[in-house]
Design a protein around this ligand. Structure first.
Ligand code: C2E
Ligand code: MG
Ligand code: MG
Length: 314
């Protein structure tokens, strides 16, 4: 048994003579100490209060949004070297009644902290499969529907069973689904992760490593993992034109992926020159505003029907 102490400290001042308040503040400071890896102490400060109450508000608002069906999905197309549709990524959206749009980059981390991600993740998976099925029926689904997964979802004991259930309920063949995982998910308990990845492959569900290059990338683990695809993070693609180092990173990832017979996608392609560089260096799939922004399902259908001729000349 290993015991450590996390200590929160609040200091009595003339303006603070209520014991309850003092304890409350020390408590907040203690949670911060725990968050920072435990076995530490932390002093209460006003910032801490503000930060925490912002989080608590976001959490409560998010719960309302879940209960009232205020979350929705947008879909961003992935295209091949000829600009033809070859896949879609589902991205969750939240339109807050007062604050307007809140980015998933802001609320997903909160949902991960509070556990709300389980409910959100299941809903996203269900809705994305439902929409994929609709596209499939219309003959408009080219490639797979990709869904982002959080570490907490992936490592839950009933993850595979609940995935199977969603596919059955929505009657979507597993060969139309892809799951995007981050390096972090795979680094934690790599052995366990490999078992789950193998089970997914066995089911016919494909997997991709998202934001590749930003985590603790170890090339040796790439060789071991039964994944099919890597997605080069947007941050490397951004500066291809004016940063030789970023251009080399992209080129290197593409080369490595091809050697390992993985498919490689460049994320966040915004310009013709980025597209040209990546294509010239062997990248085969692209995603970014240059081709299409994420869009709601109602706009996606007409986009797919129209896209082929307009991108032909790129
Ligand atoms: P991601 O999975 O790497 O998704 C790509 C992000 O890049 C999306 O941002 C997309 O809108 C944006 N993007 C695509 N092309 C371009 C471009 O050309 N330029 C620029 N500036 N941006 C581009 P978004 O939708 O804000 O999502 C951010 C992150 O939130 C996602 O990164 C993903 O990690 C997470 N996320 C989104 N939806 C879900 C979800 O349903 N579940 C989970 N667990 N995470 C999600
Ligand atoms: Mg993604
Ligand atoms: Mg990404």
């Amino acid at each position: 048994l290993h015991i450590s102490a996390s200590v929160g400290i609040s200091i009595i001042s003339e303006s603070l003579l209520q014991p309850e308040k003092l304890l409350q503040q020390a408590d907040m400071a203690m949670y911060k100490a725990k968050q920072q890896g435990r076995d530490a102490y932390e002093l209460y400060s006003c910032d801490l209060d503000e930060h925490l109450s912002k989080r608590v508000n976001l959490r409560n608002d998010l719960q309302d949004a879940i209960n009232r069906d205020q979350l929705f999905l947008e879909y961003q197309p992935l295209v091949d070297t000829d600009g033809h549709l070859c896949g879609l990524e589902a991205l969750v959206r939240w339109h807050h009644p007062d604050k307007g749009r809140i980015s998933p980059a802001e609320f997903i981390p909160v949902a991960e902290e509070t556990g709300q991600i389980i409910q959100i993740g299941r809903w996203v998976l269900q809705q994305a499969c439902k929409d994929a099925k609709r596209l499939m029926k219309e003959g408009l689904l080219q490639g797979r529907m990709a869904v982002n997964l959080s570490p907490m979802q992936f490592h839950r004991p009933n993850f595979l069973a609940s995935l199977r259930q969603v596919l059955d309920e929505e009657d979507l063949p597993a060969s139309y689904l892809e799951l995007e995982l981050t390096e972090g998910i795979l680094m934690r308990d790599t052995e366990g992760a490999i078992d789950i990845l193998n089970a997914l492959t066995g089911m016919g569900v494909s997997t991709a490593i998202d934001d590749f290059g930003t985590g603790f990338s170890s090339f040796s683990y790439l060789r071991e993992l039964p994944v099919r695809k890597v997605k080069i993070d947007k941050s490397f693609v951004d500066d291809i034109a004016d940063c030789a180092k970023d251009a080399s990173v992209c080129k290197g990832i593409i080369g490595l992926a091809r050697e390992l017979e993985l498919s490689v996608v460049a994320e966040g392609v915004e310009t013709q020159s980025q597209f040209d560089y990546l294509r010239r260096n062997g990248c085969e799939v692209f995603q970014g505003y240059f081709f299409a922004r994420p869009m709601p399902f109602e706009k996606l259908m007409p986009w797919i029907e129209l896209q082929a001729p307009s991108l032909e000349e790129m």
